[in-house]
Design a protein around this ligand. Structure first.
Ligand SMILES: C[S@@+](CC[C@H](N)C(=O)[O-])C[C@H]1O[C@@H](n2cnc3c(N)ncnc32)[C@H](O)[C@@H]1O
Length: 256
């Protein structure tokens, strides 16, 4: 990311040069704006999603500040902490949280209707081991999640960004996986799933290139029977005749 202030040496440039140089720097700076893995869709909020956002936000949404999260303070206990990035409508995340009361979960999502939906599910089911960030996960990981603090990270059906010119928007890239890995405790997991074969192959390549990550299914192999609940996006893929590819890696820190 390069949002650094523009500085040009005013003394060494003619007025005309200065203006073209400034334009060029401005253009370059605009091009260096962080490339997001999402676009905020104008999706309409249902009445119950809106009510849930109004009513339950204070109880279950962690406000994004540049402060590190203190999970013990948030959950009132010490337990393995799992982060899910891009939970969509959140049904499968809520199901996992209810099925694993010994773990704590943080869901990160930018899509407000999904956040409203999950808030409702949390409140109706009185789920105590799940909280939400409604913000870009890249920034949450960078600013709020301590290194070596997570038992796992799960990213189910991240936006595939089908067109080649948009592939750089895909979340799963070497630099991002490195950042994820830095957040894991030794033995922690990264669980990915996609219904897009090209992205699945890209994921495998990226994950395999990281020497600290171990494919639990064996080299070049997809994971099967992971036991995770089906997600909404996955159901849509099934209807369209898509396949599903899961990858589960564990983090083994290099020996000194
Ligand atoms: C294709 S949907 C899949 C949703 C859900 N996991 C499912 O399987 O039904 C991808 C989701 O990731 C969210 N997303 C993408 N990039 C994100 C980011 N950087 N931070 C938070 N959420 C993100 C999008 O808003 C979208 O809801």
């Amino acid at each position: 990311m390069s949002d650094s202030p523009i500085s040009i040496d005013q003394h060494t440039l003619s007025e005309e040069d200065q203006s073209s140089e400034t334009k060029q720097l401005l253009t370059n700076t605009a091009h260096h704006r962080p490339l997001r893995s999402f676009v905020i869709r104008a999706g309409r909020l249902t009445t119950s999603q809106k009510e849930a956002l109004d009513k339950y936000w204070v109880d279950y949404v962690i406000e994004q500040t540049k402060q590190l999260l203190d999970p013990e303070q948030v959950f009132g206990r010490k337990a393995p902490l799992v982060v899910e990035i891009g939970f969509g409508m959140g049904d499968s995340l809520a199901e996992m949280a209810m099925a694993n009361p010994d773990k704590d979960y943080i869901g990160i999502e930018v899509h407000r209707p999904g956040v409203g939906k999950l808030l409702n599910t949390i409140a109706v089911n009185e789920i105590t081991n799940l909280r939400i960030y409604c913000h870009d996960a890249v920034e949450i990981l960078r600013d709020c999640i301590a290194d070596h603090s997570l038992a796992g990270v799960q990213i189910f059906f991240p936006d595939p960004w089908h067109k080649k010119k948009h592939h750089k928007r895909r979340l799963i890239q070497p630099a991002f996986v490195e950042k994820l890995t830095a957040k894991l405790q030794p033995g922690g997991f990264i669980h990915l799933a996609t219904d897009w074969q090209h992205y699945a192959e890209h994921m495998l390549e990226v994950m395999q290139a990281n020497p600290a990550l171990h494919n639990t299914a064996g080299a070049d192999t997809w994971a099967s029977h992971t036991g995770r609940p089906e997600t909404k996006f996955e159901r849509r893929g099934h209807r369209l005749g898509h396949g599903v590819w899961d990858l589960v890696y564990t983090f083994n820190p290099p020996q000194p």
